[in-house]
Design a binder for this molecule. Sequence first.
Ligand SMILES: O=C(O)CCC(=O)C(=O)O
Ligand SMILES: [Fe+2]
Length: 342
Amino acid sequence: MPRTQNRRGKIQILGSRSSGLVMRDENGPEVGWNGNGVVAEATVLIPDNIAQDLSVHAGSGQNQRRQVEGVPPNLSAEWRSIVSLIRKRLDGWPGFVIITGFPIGPDHDVDYPRRLVWRFGQYLGQPVTQDTLGTSIYEVVDTGASTEAGARLSVTNKRTGFHTDNSFEKDVPRYVALYCVEAAESGGRSQLISAHTIVERLCKIAPDVVERLKLPVFFDRRGGIEHGEEPYASYPVIDSVEGRLVVRYLRYYIESGYAKAGQRMDVETRIALDTFDEACAHPGLAADFSLSRGDMLIVDNYCVLHNRTQFHDDRTRQRRLLRLWLRPHDEPGADSSAGVGH
Ligand SMILES: O=C(O)CCC(=O)C(=O)O
Ligand SMILES: [Fe+2]
């Protein structure tokens, strides 16, 4: 039985089953899957009557000050059971959830989606900041900025490549939530891949690659730095925290991380990263779907990589997603108001 092990924990690979492979983190549930078969299981529809309840709460108070409120003490039993189903999908198998049925109509004011994600997000976890400005609700929109000039991929219309968010900072946010306010005219599909599936595959076909990826590589911090800090950092791609697999990856930022660190990437590292990319590109491994207006995707950012395909906007309407990074309420440190990274 292949087995990966690193500094802080163990990831045990148990075998495979038809819907994907079965792995067990030391402290985690069975995880690992491939293909689109999981999408239906990962989809949660919010029934109309319950959705209306959220809509009423999010419906007023334009530009109100956003306080971190946590789970409302009077949250209804229906909501509690939906939240627990979502947490089950996120913390167990398959490690992501697509939530449909959030009310979003033409009459809602522009700030309404922000209030809605802010309120709903806190049913699941505590929002953490996403940049040096302290942004907690981050707009994913094509601003026309250039990645060559230092912009993050999330503000362009480019394919992002399979990645995990904030891979270049010490604290990796556990949940990444993306709420679709407007879909693109074309493209902008979501693709997800199980890190467990990739690691298991690599253990089988290229164990030396796994060994290399457990050692640090450079990452570009993409502007997320305070005065005097280095613009790059180094972390392993394959790591674990308290027995859970944690993958940090974004190939473009790794390439520019080496450039910023003034380091040449050695051949062994390049082969390891290429092999990781090839594993992600292996046919049939990724779940592939489109988010429609009003849908929310949430991934366990420790062990599910996401890719956004290139997109094209309508001349009058831009694709727009709102992104939250959440720390589950029951995770250590969740009651602190400090954000992750920068
Ligand atoms: O545009 C998307 O669908 C997601 C972009 C992305 O990966 C992110 O904002 O983290
Ligand atoms: Fe992302």
